[in-house]
Design a protein around this ligand. Sequence first.
Ligand SMILES: [Zn+2]
Length: 68
Amino acid sequence: MSGTEVKPRLVRCPGCGGDSVYATSNPYRPFCCERCKNLDIGAWAAEHFRVPAEAPPDEQPFGDPRLQ
Ligand SMILES: [Zn+2]
């Protein structure tokens, strides 16, 4: 029985769903590569900084001066 064996832990890459080495040798963990990490950050930013493309129209139910 070997108590010193250290196996690299494999996790699922959130970017591509593939195997990713979760160890200090992988600076992009839990992603498998730099590309996946950048993709995820881009998606996160898009989700958090999303702003409405159009402002809601001003509704003026009683605002027409011609009716007064
Ligand atoms: Zn990946």
